[in-house]
Ligand binder design. Structure first.
Ligand code: ATP
Ligand code: MG
Length: 401
């Protein structure tokens, strides 16, 4: 009996011991699990805060920092001394132009590269802003149809931009006489551009704008597209220049950027001039004006012309879609050397681009598509034209390049 009682007591104690051990094991497991959850939570919080820091860093950079581009190229930073020696001490004989930014000099770098150097003469916020936009944009964008920025100099007293040199200057100088600044002895001999060269320039400039509007995200609106901002290389290949006024456009979802109206008289789209609403279609309008300059050889605004002919768009638009009348607007210096079929097609594109209603204007990709079949790939550069009949500005020999 007593033995039975002893046995039961031992069994009870063993059971209690097992239960205590099991509880301790469960408790230990719970502690380990809680610790695991705590660590997991800590890691995820750390990741989140790291991401916040990254996002904040991104947001701190300019608008242009978020631009998606194919690749980034480095820009060379020049000292003022280097550019001073490249231009022969910024000598007057090396001045090749004078624009809104300041004087433009030609120069030769130490490594022998020919360059064009823009020297900012505008003190103040607008000039500084243009300098910054030009550098930031051109660091990120590159296309064979955009003028390449090679570098810059920015010290407390001087702001200079260094570009590839375009031997034949601005398109405008070859279309009509341009009044040359008293500071500038033009080194460019104006050339009468033949029809084929005009078509190729139209296509290459269209490709430059197409790149800005369609191949970059968000799109870039040039805002100052005009014939003096289409520069011509040795063989009259065209590149679009001057991004100082550029704006990042709306994304593909639509909308517009509301902004202060900037640009050049005669090229500004009516809706932008009236309301300040800017879209890529504003550039399409300016492109249409350049097409009209190529067709007619006329300045966009010239109030010395007979009544009704002062504003190029208003004069030409009613004549562009009439096959009989379009011949009347053609540049007399072409001397009828063009295919009427091609003229009609280009005139139709120009008419669509300068539509007062922005939505009816084509995309630059459509313009490129329409021009491609008109441009013959092979041509001899000697066929570009001959020396112009209009009064060519005084030529200065300048240093040899
Ligand atoms: N990279 C370059 N290569 C050769 N010539 C150039 C170059 N850049 C500018 N030029 C010359 O300098 C001239 C003035 O250019 P700039 O861009 O300063 O003024 P703009 O185009 O006339 O006016 P805006 O300041 O409104 O753009 C051009 O018309 C061209 O002849
Ligand atoms: Mg310019």
């Amino acid at each position: 009996m007593e033995e039975d009682y002893g046995y039961r007591r031992t069994a009870k104690i063993a059971l209690v011991a097992i239960m205590v051990l099991a509880s301790v094991a469960v408790f230990a497991l719970l502690v380990v699990f809680a610790y695991y959850c705590y660590i997991l939570n800590k890691v995820s919080n750390r990741r989140k805060s790291l991401k916040k820091v990254e996002d904040a860093n991104l947001n701190e950079k300019s608008d242009f920092a978020n631009l998606q581009v194919v690749a980034e190229k480095g820009l060379q930073v020049f000292t003022f001394k280097q550019l001073h020696s490249a231009t022969g001490g910024f000598s007057k004989s090396n001045v090749i132009g004078h624009g809104g930014f300041g004087l433009v000099y030609r120069g030769v770098l130490n490594d022998g590269r020919k360059v064009a150097i823009k020297f900012m003469d505008q003190a103040g916020k607008q000039g500084e802003e243009e300098f910054k936009v030009e550098v930031e944009l051109l660091t990120r964008l590159h296309s064979p149809y955009l003028l390449a920025l090679l570098g810059y100099c920015s010290d407390s007293n001087h702001k200079l931009l260094v570009y590839e040199f375009m031997a034949n200057g601005g398109l405008q100088e070859h279309l009509y006489p341009v009044s040359i600044d008293f500071l500038v002895d033009s080194i460019i001999t104006p050339v009468k551009l033949d029809w084929e060269t005009r078509l190729r320039i139209a296509l290459e400039a269209a490709k430059g704008l197409e790149y800005l509007h369609e191949h970059v995200s968000p799109p870039v609106i040039h805002r100052d597209f005009k014939s003096s901002n289409i520069l011509l290389g040795k063989k009259f290949h065209a590149k679009v220049s001057d991004f100082g006024l550029a704006k990042l456009g709306p994304d593909r979802a639509g909308g517009h950027v509301s902004t202060r109206v900037l640009g050049t008289q005669g090229y500004v789209a009516p809706e932008y001039a009236l309301t300040g609403h800017l879209t890529t279609k504003s550039d399409v309008y300016s492109y249409g004006v350049v097409l009209l300059e190529l067709l007619t050889g006329r300045v966009p605004v010239d109030m010395k012309r007979p009544p009704g002919e002062g504003v190029l768009v208003s004069w030409a638009l009613p004549l562009l879609t009439d096959r009989e009348k379009v011949v009347k607007i053609m540049d007399p210096s072409l001397e009828g050397q063009y295919s009427m079929k091609e003229v009609v097609q280009v005139a139709a594109i120009a008419a669509m681009c300068v539509q007062p209603e922005a939505d009816y204007r084509p995309l630059m990709a459509d313009v490129v598509q329409s021009l491609v079949p008109l441009v013959k790939t092979q041509r001899s550069p000697s066929k570009v034209g001959s020396c112009s009949s209009f009064n060519s500005p005084k030529l200065s020999p300048g240093p040899t390049f």
